[in-house]
Design a protein around this ligand. Structure first.
Ligand code: ADE
Length: 260
């Protein structure tokens, strides 16, 4: 079944949202409504009806923005696009992680509920939609072979992008920017299968689970979440992440065979 419901695109940081909004404006008329202190832009992105919102950072902000997309715009699915720190040592700056499951690593209601479990749901790992994620992963693979080589060499050198790869698996979220050896080591110890660390998708997974809305998560690795994570964040967003998300979303949204 192909749905005509719009795709909700939820982006935590302004640089990324602005770049995608500019692409929506190239794709025809847009309308913007301000609800709950955030802007929701409706229009088309690469020919698909979309609603784009800048959630801002953190789990509450992301949950609120996801509820806005669902209640106010009846989106058929939510795609969360952003950057993340690498959790596994095999996940390098410039790699891409497509979430299969999302967990809130700072949620701990023990001894009443098991660690990480969202109380009264019985769930600690929320699942991304398999079909949407498969299409997203295919778009990433096509991006890596077709579009990444066109990223200028000086940008690849500036951010030490070696041979960017796709990873699929667990993404963990919490209300901390993880930026230290001990902190990332503890997360690796407790959640050895975690691939990426960020601050939103666990909450988006929970909201989408509650409402029965499919979701997918695309994260571009901006840093290694440890003491060596010397990244010029705004520069990475402008030069690398915006290029990645532009071309991955172009490939994803123009794929003929995805369904909501
Ligand atoms: N987003 C990007 N890098 C991050 C990190 N190291 N910790 C949390 N969120 C992030």
């Amino acid at each position: 079944m192909t749905s005509t419901r719009p795709f909700g695109i939820l982006v935590p940081l302004a640089e990324e949202a602005e770049a995608l909004f500019a692409l929506m404006q190239e794709d025809g008329a847009t309308k913007t409504h301000r609800i709950g202190g955030r802007d929701y832009h409706t229009g088309h992105l690469f020919g698909r009806p979309c609603v784009l919102t800048l959630s801002r950072v953190g789990k509450v902000a992301a949950a609120t923005a996801a509820v806005g997309l669902i209640h106010e715009y009846a989106v058929g699915a939510i795609l969360n696009v952003g950057v993340a720190g690498g959790a596994a040592t095999s996940v390098k700056v410039g790699d891409i992680v497509v979430g299969e499951t999302m967990l809130q690593h700072d949620l701990d209601a023990r001894p009443i509920f098991p660690r990480y479990e969202v109380p009264l749901t019985g769930v600690s790992r929320f699942s991304a939609d398999a079909a949407i994620s498969e299409n997203l992963s295919q778009a990433v693979l096509d991006f890596l072979t077709e579009d990444l080589p066109a990223l200028p060499a000086e940008i690849r050198d500036q951010f030490a992008l070696a041979s960017p790869r796709l990873h699929q698996g667990l993404i963990i979220s919490g209300d901390q920017f993880v930026n230290g050896h001990d902190a990332v080591a503890a997360l690796r110890h407790d959640l050895p299968d975690a691939l990426a660390i960020e601050m939103e998708s666990g909450a988006i997974g929970q909201v989408c689970h509650d409402y029965g809305i499919p979701c997918a998560v695309l994260r571009i690795i901006s840093d290694s979440a440890d003491d060596n994570a010397h990244v010029d964040f705004p520069a990475f967003l402008r030069a690398v992440a915006s290029y990645y998300s532009h071309h991955i979303l172009r490939r994803f949204l123009t794929r003929a065979d995805w369904t909501l």
